[in-house]
Write a protein that binds this ligand. Structure first.
Ligand SMILES: O=C(O)CCC(=O)C(=O)O
Ligand SMILES: [Fe+2]
Length: 358
């Protein structure tokens, strides 16, 4: 090895070690702040992403083990809800499949009536277009809430429109889904702890801005590393085929990832992904409207850029710790139904991220 190359290697090793030390310190400071105040400084969320990636998920496994000792899950039992009448054994099997593959497509769909009601909501409630172009000036999500408007279905001004969390949470169907016994049972057994719900979201994406995809609209492969462990249910509220934006997941990538692809939350191109995974692991999840999918998004995933039409998707999110969360808290107010309030009072950890205002 030439002297110049040696020096270069030495310099990058020193730089990486320094980054690791700084991120470990920031994480420890941030975690202590979180334990005392319940809020996470932004720098600590970034450090979590760095350390998750550096440890190839081992840090998340360790912290999750620790959390599951403090807030242990109840053992699986029969549950009846939107996913059907699930027997204990079926729940255990589903959880095993998700542990193995990272995702699961359920046989049961959300009823057409509920899909209609959510579609009506989505066509009559203002949502915020993602700001496109100069990404320097964006807030955390790139949305400008003052721009909220009814989705311009025939002439969208942005590739993605997101609904405001508070509006979503005041919708009774969404409240029911969050406390649905089958959702909770599967999330709890997968996370191995009492789940917390966080940013439940719903958004439109459309085909009007080319097939290249938008990074801020999550249309390039990435891993969600801003929590210790997430668990998401996606519900398709429009028919989703290969042309209109299937959620894509790299099977097995929620476990260890190839070293070359460990780069925090940064995006990975399709070509690079293909160099590291066989084609049959790059799954495009298609399904008629009402299709429900569970995904561990610590694995690589993206929304495929749409080639035609639009897609409406709902995301119900659970996590094992709210460390990393910095969203404006949802308020539990008079628009919440009794069933949700009763459940939340009995399971305060579920709504730990929310503010009571009743
Ligand atoms: O739009 C999609 O299917 C991907 C969204 C995504 O990356 C996420 O919800 O974490
Ligand atoms: Fe994501």
């Amino acid at each position: 090895m030439s002297a110049a190359k040696f020096l270069n290697n030495l310099r990058s090793t020193l730089f990486e070690s320094l980054r690791l030390v700084i991120n470990s310190l920031r994480f420890l400071v941030g975690y202590s702040v979180f334990l005392f105040t319940g809020t996470t400084p932004k720098f600590a969320t970034r450090s979590l992403a760095h350390l998750s990636s550096f440890s190839n998920g081992r840090l998340n496994d360790f912290l999750s083990w620790f959390i599951s000792l403090r807030h242990p899950a109840s053992p699986a039992e029969d549950a009846k809800g939107v996913l059907g009448n699930l027997k204990k054994g079926e729940i255990e099997n589903i959880v095993e499949v998700i542990k193995e593959k990272g995702y699961y497509v359920f046989d049961n769909k959300l009823s057409q009536e509920m899909c209609d009601q959510l579609l009506n909501f989505a066509l009559s409630t203002p949502c915020t277009p993602m700001k496109m172009g100069n990404t320097d000036k964006l807030d955390a999500f790139g949305y400008l809430p003052e721009n909220a408007r009814i989705y311009e279905r025939d002439n969208p001004v942005s590739v993605r429109y997101d609904f405001i969390a508070q509006d979503l949470m005041q919708n009774s169907i969404i409240q029911n889904l969050i406390i649905d016994p089958t959702f909770i049972m599967i999330a709890e057994n997968y996370l191995r702890c009492k789940p917390i719900t966080d940013l439940n979201s719903m958004w439109w994406s459309n085909a009007n801005f080319g097939s290249e995809g938008s990074s801020s609209a999550a249309q390039f492969y990435h891993a969600d590393l801003d929590r210790i462990r997430f668990f998401k249910f996606f519900v398709y509220l429009s028919d989703v085929d290969h042309e209109n934006g299937p959620h894509c997941f790299v099977e097995g990538s929620h476990k260890r990832k190839p070293r070359a692809l460990l780069r925090g939350s940064k995006r990975v191109s399709d070509n690079e992904m293909k160099q590291h995974y066989p084609a049959d692991k790059l799954v495009e999840i298609i399904g008629k409207r009402g299709t429900i999918v569970a995904v561990d998004n610590i694995g690589f995933h993206k929304g495929k850029p749409l080639l035609e039409g639009d897609r409406l998707i709902l995301q119900i999110l659970y996590e094992n710790s709210s460390f990393g969360s910095s969203y404006i808290p949802v308020e539990i107010n008079e628009h919440f139904q009794k069933g949700f309030i009763d459940y939340a009072q009995k399971h305060p950890r579920l709504v730990k991220n929310y503010h009571w205002n009743l």
